[in-house]
Design a protein around this ligand. Structure first.
Ligand code: NAD
Length: 286
């Protein structure tokens, strides 16, 4: 008996990275999956997003575990597309019990700058709202909603950054903060229905998003074209533990706990998987 046996998880951004890892980890524990991904690039974003082949690989990995998966290419910025994708999953799998709204882009130094702001707000904030909104009417007692935040939601970058110099980067932080507040308030409304809503806040995760030139530049603003090796030395600054990043499965294990009935009375939580990053930056908060 798996920890999410018989449940169906609706996961956005599932073609690669953390989303794929969640799909596989949940399938290992007995869940079927509705997987959504854009599978194409966004012009203002300076690194490639997932491809249709990436999504096929997620399908293969979940299938190899003997679980069902319905995979749909859809854009979380477009609520109708997300609804159609979920409906496709529901028609084959019958119900949805877990929502993991985690499709996202990193818009640091995106161009044109104000388009990057718009794209990251639309994807990371509005996309999260769209995903949860289309699922809400289908959720019953025991269901679990999980959104992916970031340490960026609670690191105060403003004093360190000249206002207006990187709207894409600031938009990322704003989107993660606002989705955290949204989940806090949503959890209050869902609690009497015994439906839960929580945020997982990862620190650096070893995915293509972290290993991208805009991220390398965020960690090494002193270099014009920092390499992976240049950035590697700066990555540990984010954590209190002496590591450059966590693995996708570390986030999946946290999401799995929140998805499972083991956490049946855990709601409204801002769960940091940050190797102590918060402790490092905020020693006076509880
Ligand atoms: N990697 C990190 O260091 C890190 C740290 C904290 C938070 N996060 C967050 O974790 C989540 C997952 O990121 P990741 O690290 O797996 O990166 P990733 O780039 O590997 O995965 C993100 C996925 O989202 C998909 N996506 C992007 N825009 C989409 C859209 N409009 N519609 C549907 N799918 C879309 C991409 O194609 C990609 O498959 C994101 O929300 C990200 O902000 C990442």
């Amino acid at each position: 008996m798996g920890r999410v046996q018989g449940k169906v998880a609706f996961i956005t951004g599932a073609a690669r990275g953390q989303g794929r890892s969640h799909a596989v980890r949940f399938a290992e524990e007995g869940a079927d999956i509705i997987a959504v991904d854009l599978c194409r690039d966004v012009d203002s974003i300076k690194y490639p997003l997932a491809s249709p082949d990436d999504l096929k690989e997620t399908v293969r990995l979940v299938g190899a575990l003997g679980r069902k998966i319905v995979a749909v290419q859809a854009d979380v910025r477009e609520r109708d597309q997300v609804r159609t994708a979920l409906d496709q999953g529901l028609s084959q799998l019958g119900h949805v019990d877990i929502v993991v709204a985690q499709a996202g882009i990193a818009a640091m130094k995106g161009e044109p700058p104000l388009q990057a702001w718009t794209d990251v707000i639309d994807t990371n904030l509005i996309g999260t709202l769209n995903t949860i909104s289309v699922a809400l009417p289908h959720l019953a007692e025991g269901a679990s909603v999980i959104a992916t935040g970031s340490t960026a939601a609670y690191v105060n970058a403003l004093p360190y950054q000249q206002v207006g110099t990187d709207p894409g980067g600031m938009g990322y932080m704003v989107a993660k903060r606002m989705l955290s507040q949204y989940i806090h308030d949503l959890a209050r409304e869902l609690a009497p229905r015994k439906i839960r809503a929580n945020v997982v806040h990862p620190t650096n995760v070893d995915t293509d998003m972290l290993h991208s030139e805009p991220m390398y530049q965020a960690f090494r603003p002193d270099l014009e074209h920092p390499t992976r090796e240049d950035a590697q030395h700066a990555f540990p600054v984010q954590q209190a533990m002496p590591i450059p990043w966590v693995d996708p499965v570390d986030i999946s294990n946290a999401a799995l706990f929140l998805a499972s009935d083991e956490s049946r009375y855990v709601t409204g939580m801002q769960l940091r998987v940050d190797a102590g990053g918060y402790l490092k930056w905020y020693d006076f908060h509880l």
